[in-house]
Design a protein around this ligand. Structure first.
Ligand code: UD1
Length: 339
């Protein structure tokens, strides 16, 4: 029998792409999602893409009875904990929402799992835990810092896992530090569907290209980078999804826990992104230079060598692939899953 993997937040952007990757390798995804930042329509599309029903329960990671029941019924071998909030600005305005959901949700989930047979969990961490790095590329042993409550919840989440693992050797945790996930499934059927004005670069650029917004604001052109704009490690969400499959397989094979960067190792600037998106879409992406965004760093990109050495995983897709797939999704779904 194939092993079942519980995806908390499995209807979200990264969760939904990971579900397809797990399905393709013969693992059996089981979704728990409360639709606080996703739509039921994604499940219908996942069923269409996999040709199979999606095992799904609507509910919260705080619902201990529900989680325990799902773990037992599906004989869950590992959990991937995607369910978390990720908007930096909102976390500054409403920190308790973030500490409650991101930290409280994790501790509640772990406490529930403690009463079940499942002891393996993959955690969605972020390159945000490196704060403003002293140099690039970033290796996993760089010091961790935080500059906002969202970043702090990821850092605390990592610390919670370390403490729990130290308390009981049967736990095994895979901590994945995502760099900048972008793009969409090549089918154009699933992708990122942000509510309201997007905070992140790629969704904003694609909404400009499709005509939903008049222009992009480029936050700063005086950084010490080749063209003066911020440099990031954009990673195709399908590559990221494969990283989760590799992480889960590694834990299921009985290996010890680990912490790895999931990035490409290549930095791209805001203007690189604009150019690549214009080429992929054939549409202009007008932009205006605006002041730096508070809290932004000049350059952030991964050294992804550990993930290759440990998990045999590396990113394969380029910035052009990311823009092409993002555009295909945006063009076919100008309002995301909302129509
Ligand atoms: C941001 C968060 C980070 C979080 C990540 C999640 C901040 C300060 N950081 O990272 O904590 O983990 O999202 O994906 O919010 N840019 C523009 N115009 C825009 C939007 C962005 O010029 O309208 C620039 C930014 O200045 C930056 C680059 O594009 O140089 C990427 O920005 P973004 O997509 O928001 O990602 P991060 O800032 O890396």
């Amino acid at each position: 029998m194939s092993t079942s993997v519980l995806l908390t937040g499995g209807a979200g952007y990264i969760g939904s792409h990971t579900l397809l990757a797990l399905h393709a390798t013969g693992l059996k995804p089981v979704v728990l999602d409360d639709f606080s930042n996703s739509q039921p329509e994604v499940l219908r599309r996942l069923e269409e893409l996999t040709g199979a029903p999606v095992a799904f329960e609507q509910g919260s990671v705080f619902d201990s009875d529900l989680v325990a029941r799902m773990v037992d019924r599906h004989q869950i071998g590992a959990v991937i904990h995607f369910a978390g909030f990720k908007a930096v600005g909102e976390s500054v305005a409403d920190p308790l929402k973030y500490y409650r959901n991101n930290v409280g949700g994790l501790t509640s989930l772990l406490a529930t799992l403690q009463g079940t047979a499942c002891r393996s969990l993959v955690f969605s961490s972020s390159a945000t835990v490196y704060g403003d790095p002293a140099s690039v590329p970033i290796t996993e042993d760089f010091p961790r810092q935080h500059t906002n409550p969202y970043g702090h919840t990821k850092l605390v989440g990592e610390d919670v896992l370390a403490a729990v693992a130290a308390s009981d050797a049967s736990w095994r945790f895979g901590v994945l530090r995502y760099f900048n996930p972008v793009g969409a499934h090549p089918s154009g059927r699933i992708g990122e569907s942000p509510n309201g004005i997007p905070n992140n670069l790629m969704p904003f650029v694609s909404q400009v290209a499709v005509g939903r917004r008049p222009f992009l604001q480029v936050f700063g052109d005086d950084y010490p980078t080749p063209d003066g704009t911020g440099v990031r490690d954009y990673i195709h969400v399908c590559d990221l999804a494969e990283g989760h499959v590799a992480a889960v397989r590694h834990l299921l094979a009985g290996n010890p826990g680990f912490t790895v960067n999931l990035g490409t190792g290549k930095g791209s600037s805001v203007l690189d992104m604009v150019k690549s998106f214009e080429a992929a879409s054939g549409k202009p992406v007008p932009y205006r230079i605006a002041p730096r965004r508070p809290g932004d760093v000049a350059e952030c990109y991964a050294d992804p060598a550990s993930a290759l050495a440990l998990l045999g995983w590396q990113a394969r897709l380029t910035l052009d692939d990311m823009c092409r797939d993002s555009w295909r999704w945006q063009e076919a779904n100008p309002h995301g899953y909302g129509g």
